[in-house]
Design a protein around this ligand. Sequence first.
Ligand code: NAP
Length: 251
Amino acid sequence: MTAFDLSGRCAIITGANTGIGQAIAVGLARAGADIVAVGRSSMAETEGVVRSAGRDCLTVHADLSAGGAAAEVMEKSVALGARPDILVNNAGIIRRADALDFTEADWDDVLDTNLKSVFFLCQSFARSAIAEGRKAKIVNIASLLSFQGGIRVSSYTAAKSGLAGLTRLMANEWAAKGINVNAIAPGYVETNNTEALRADPERSAELLKRIPAGRWAKPDDMVGAAIFLAASASDYVHGTILPVDGGWLAR
Ligand code: NAP
């Protein structure tokens, strides 16, 4: 068994139906973990690939923008028989508008999904792990906007900057209790989240010019970091926000 082997482990991944979440669910399964796929859309495609990798895949339907949904995810997972020891908080949305025009609805929707639900899912996951004496790993999906300001994405920047802070806070409180809390900060990844950016030729060319790797990321580019932060290889890593950004932040 290597330090990157996830055999015998069980991972909850939110937003596992598409994009980065789907790639991470499949990647963790191929590394040996059983999967609990959480989200508001059908998980059939992810479930098929996870099962073809020889791993179990439970699905939990949840709209994570709703109050109380995050805590219910843990209850439902446990009721289905899962004993999760990895949590990947991946589900997230983005709304774009100038700060001068930004609406309260676009603020609340993004903060509820990208920050509030993440905190309460971490809380219920950590409570369960601590109560049962399980060592556990939390991997939050942050953003370059956990470090930078961005443009036209006020609530997203607030949420992802807040998530970086919360990742450090939870790491401080839970490291000694056997829970590692870390985050991945993806660069620009080809998913639904960046469709509007990629559809704008000027903005898309500007972004590409700044990426040292010379290309946008594919969802699969996030998998290695996710396995590392979920596996025993990262047992002494706490509270870090790991950029996987093709070198963007080095510029
Ligand atoms: P995506 O393809 O739009 O995936 C977002 C996922 O979140 C989908 O599974 C979506 O479900 C789910 N989700 C959204 N709202 C939800 C809700 N209320 N309840 C349950 N699930 C919900 O985009 P992505 O790029 O893979 O995004 C994944 C994460 O990476 C997000 O946290 C995003 O902020 C972050 N990220 C992305 C990039 C990038 O360049 N793409 C960069 C940095 C960080 P549905 O399919 O049902 O909508």
